[in-house]
Design a protein around this ligand. Structure first.
Ligand code: GFP
Length: 836
């Protein structure tokens, strides 16, 4: 099979070149064939969506050979490869088409093929793809980056999750407020997935348990469930970058075990007959947004159990297919729990091994611990999952018993090791006895895993010192740090093709597969005048593209030569978008007073969604838009300052955002942002960071050089100390005239048509509590922004810093992260193609 990617794929069956060939001829023929055979269209009648669909099928065809071969390495009897099961309630993959073209190395061939069939505009077809929004933000996007790296490193892996019918809502802005619209990503079909109607598992819910004696006379428990839901597998191939490996993302859709209740149907009650079907399908209906209050939690626990149970049953099935005994489960599978969402896996694997496969408890427990690893993504109390015990008992009665037994054994062991320390027992217990009893899912994940990791060095340290300090005390050997990373294939090659081409021209093309060791070869070019000019020209182009997008989406016209200062991420008080707003209001006040002639023109761009139930986050969006309107309308100020809220920030939009940034805002309260990954994407695309010593910012700053990073604000330790000393934000408000002026302007109704009440809750929370210490960091932030402006006025010096930021962030490739997981946590090796 012809391959312009340099990779050779063994062919299990001879397929015609048209279906699999990577050259323009084969692709052009396949396009017409797929248009006709799959979509029933002739070229002259095809819509843009038809062309997108047939291109998607054509590209998917080209992955099948590698996909089948990779799958064989997880299913065939004679292979010894251990595989990774990445269990995650979220996979924010972003659009597939562009990424597939990059990874298969067929971008040019596809462009050529399209022009042969009279379609000259690949970018409009890329634009046609509806992105699967199956995640909220950081954690889900990280999972997608890790899937890309696993495949690229030839590590066999399955990403297991939920095929939500509706992903994260689409965001519209009306009158400055966020409005949520249903994400109907499947409405035109999804050409990337393959439904595996025969791969289905039953998932029990509710009911009760009862003891019985098995044939061998052993006392056992069985679960008599109230209902059964069926999970059906939907697979999406995940091609590695120019390698033979194509892994898969297996997402479960919930269906009714029986579509119709025939009894009801027969007596003519049609509606009742479909009730069960509807109730079952609800489980995979919709992605839960972050930061939501308690309501609806029962469904969320059902979702988590549903996908975990299907996934573990599938892993057992695959092991059996390989002819391996169940007691070797952990030798063939490493399961990573992406946060606590899949942590019920610990109890479910025990149930499957002990109840369904009659394994002894001790052996099952050893296998479970050796299989599971747990990644923690946050220290925020409200994000730590705890289930009320009655709810848990109602939905998962057998798991409750199993967890009690896990807890009993665990605490017995602790009691022996730390006699008399009842406090320690209470703190470690899987059950929180205080108030209404709760199940602590982070504890379940920690006890049931052999490895626990944080996602940046600072975060892991804080995890050991605070949230999981007792677990660290009793099992320090379990703790690891794996600093997050992002894939350079999507975040440089796909989103910034011109920069990518420039880098390749200068240092060859190995950097995309080995960012950690190759990107630094750019460093000497940081002071090369010609290279700087090319670098600047690319940034300028990217800024023009973003300016065009902003005009199209918001009507706001921005100046591409201005400093693009960007903060894109979920809206949350700890991320402090409103600190940025306080600075903008301060600048606004200043520019209204003094001549703006000396001011460096800036465009400040925000993007991100607020959880529908998180009132303060939504109010911050309204504030951003209100301040933006006042600034953009002011004839004097708007000469040098524009503010934009870019609606519906998602993966697709972000492709245009990171490459256009001069300045990356990473200004969370120190100690609150576990890692951040946007910070990495910005730096890779040559943005300088203004940031606190939080999450991965710390490591980014060390990597790029302290002189190439704008640092401000309290450290995590200082934040804690200040809080302990009874922090009084009001005294800062009283003593800082500029800050007071800014806050007072917001309270005065200036930005809200005279409505003094609108932002009052926000202002009150700042002056009275200021949980996220905005006021404490305000002055340092404003001064740091002045340093940014000064630095930007020397374009050559800025460009040098920009190049160095890019050249020195190679270690933030997700390939490095995945190598560390393989080495420290999973004990998994890549499969070299010959082994297959
Ligand atoms: C969370 C953390 C981030 C971290 C990501 C990935 O993000 O700091 O970078 O996980 O580890 F908060 P969200 O899922 O909360 O956006």
């Amino acid at each position: 099979i012809a391959s312009d990617s340099g990779a050779s794929a063994p062919s299990p069956i001879a397929l015609t070149n048209v279906r699999t060939g990577l050259g323009a001829d084969a692709i052009a023929t396949a396009l017409i064939e797929n248009l006709y055979c799959l979509l029933g269209k002739l070229p002259q009648h095809a819509t843009r969506n038809d062309w997108y669909m047939c291109l998607a099928y054509t590209v998917r065809d080209r992955m099948m050979e590698r996909y089948v071969a990779t799958l064989a390495s997880i299913t065939e009897t004679n292979t010894a490869a251990k595989a990774v099961a990445y269990l995650s309630a979220e996979f924010l993959t972003g659009p597939h088409l562009g990424n597939s073209l990059v990874n298969l190395g067929i971008w040019q061939a596809v462009e050529e093929a399209l022009s042969r069939v009279g379609q000259d505009d690949l970018s409009s077809l890329l634009d046609q793809e509806e992105e699967p929004g199956l995640g909220n933000g950081g954690l889900g996007r990280l999972a997608a980056c890790y899937m890309d790296s696993l495949a690229t490193l030839n590590v066999p892996a399955i990403g297991y999750g939920i095929r939500y019918e509706f992903g994260i809502f689409d965001q519209a802005i009306r009158d400055g407020w966020q409005v949520e619209l249903t994400d109907k990503w499947l409405r035109f079909g999804n050409p990337w997935e393959i439904v595996r109607s025969e791969i289905t598992f039953d998932v029990k819910l509710g009911g009760r348990t009862e003891p019985y004696y098995d044939e061998a006379g052993r006392y056992r428990m069985r679960w008599l469930s109230e209902k059964v839901v069926k999970g059906v597998a939907y697979d999406t191939p995940v091609p590695g970058y120019r390698v033979p490996t194509t892994n898969l993302l297996r997402l479960w859709k919930a269906e009714a075990a029986e579509s119709f209740d025939f009894e009801a149907f027969n007596v003519g009650d049609y509606y009742r007959a479909v009730d069960e079907k509807i109730a079952s399908e609800t489980i995979s209906k919709v992605l839960y947004p972050n930061d939501e209050p308690e309501a609806g939690k029962q469904l969320r626990l059902a979702q988590q159990y549903f996908f975990v149970s299907c996934s573990l049953q599938d892993m057992i099935r695959l092991l059996i297919m390989r002819g391996k005994p169940l007691d070797e489960f952990h030798s063939y599978w490493a399961a990573q729990l992406n946060d606590t969402h899949p942590s019920i896996a610990v109890a479910e694997l025990m149930r499957l091994l002990v109840d369904e496969h009659a394994m002894e408890w001790d052996q099952a427990w050893a296998i479970t611990q050796q299989t599971c690893g747990y990644t923690n993504h946050t220290l925020l109390a409200e994000a730590l999952e705890r289930w009320p015990l009655p709810l848990f008992a109602r939905l998962l009665p057998r798991h409750l018993e199993i967890i009690y037994e896990i807890n009993r054994r665990f605490l017995n062991d602790i009691r022996l090791r730390y006699p008399g320390d009842d406090q320690l027992l209470q703190r470690l217990s899987l059950i929180d006895e205080a108030g209404g009893k709760h199940m602590r899912m982070a504890h379940l994940a920690s006890v049931g895993s052999h490895a626990i990791n944080g996602v940046a060095a600072l975060h892991t340290e804080l995890l050991k010192q605070t949230l999981l300090s007792d677990f660290h005390r009793v099992a320090p050997e379990k703790f690891f740090n794996v600093t997050n990373g992002v894939t350079p294939r999507r975040w440089i090659a796909l989103s910034n093709p011109n920069l990518s081409a420039l880098i390749t021209r200068k240092i060859g093309d190995r950097w995309l597969a080995d960012l950690e060791h190759e990107l630094e070869h750019l460093e000497p070019l940081a002071i090369d005048g010609d290279f700087q000019k090319e670098w600047q020209a690319i940034k300028a182009d990217n800024k023009r593209v973003l300016a065009g997008l902003i005009k199209e989406r918001t009507g706001i016209i921005i100046e591409p030569h201005s400093l693009f200062d960007i903060q894109v991420k979920r809206l949350h008080e700890y991320k402090r978008q409103h600190l940025n707003v306080l600075y903008l209001v301060t600048l606004f006040n200043k520019l209204r007073r003094v001549s703006s002639a000396a001011e460096i023109p800036r465009t400040v761009i925000f993007g991100g969604k607020a959880a529908p139930g998180y009132r303060m986050a939504k109010l911050i969006i309204k504030l951003i838009n209100s301040v933006a309107a006042a600034i953009n309308q002011d004839p004097v100020v708007s000469q040098v300052l524009k503010v934009v809220f870019l609606p519906d920030f998602n993966v697709k939009t972000s492709h245009h955002v990171y490459p256009a940034a001069d300045l990356s805002e990473q200004i969370s309260t120190a100690g609150k942002e576990a890692s951040g990954t946007g910070n990495m994407k910005f730096a890779m695309n040559g943005a300088l960071t203004i940031g606190t010593l939080d999450g991965a910012n710390v490591e980014i700053r060390d990597a790029v050089g302290h002189e190439n990073f704008f640092l401000f604000g309290l450290t995590a330790a200082e934040v804690e100390r200040l809080k302990a000393e009874a922090y009084t934000p009001r005294s800062i408000y009283d003593s800082n005239a500029e800050l007071r002026e800014a806050i007072d302007l917001i309270s005065s109704g200036f930005f809200s048509n005279g409505d003094r009440g609108l932002f009052q809750s926000l202002v009150e929370s700042l002056i009275t509590r200021d949980d996220y210490m905005l006021l404490a960091d305000y002055q340092a932030y404003v001064e740091c922004q002045q340093r940014v402006s000064q630095a930007y006025s020397d374009q050559n010096a800025w460009t040098r810093m920009s190049i160095l930021n890019c050249a020195r962030v190679g270690r933030f490739s997700s390939d490095r992260s995945i190598r560390e997981y393989c080495r420290d946590i999973w004990n998994v090796r890549p499969i070299v193609p010959d082994e297959r």
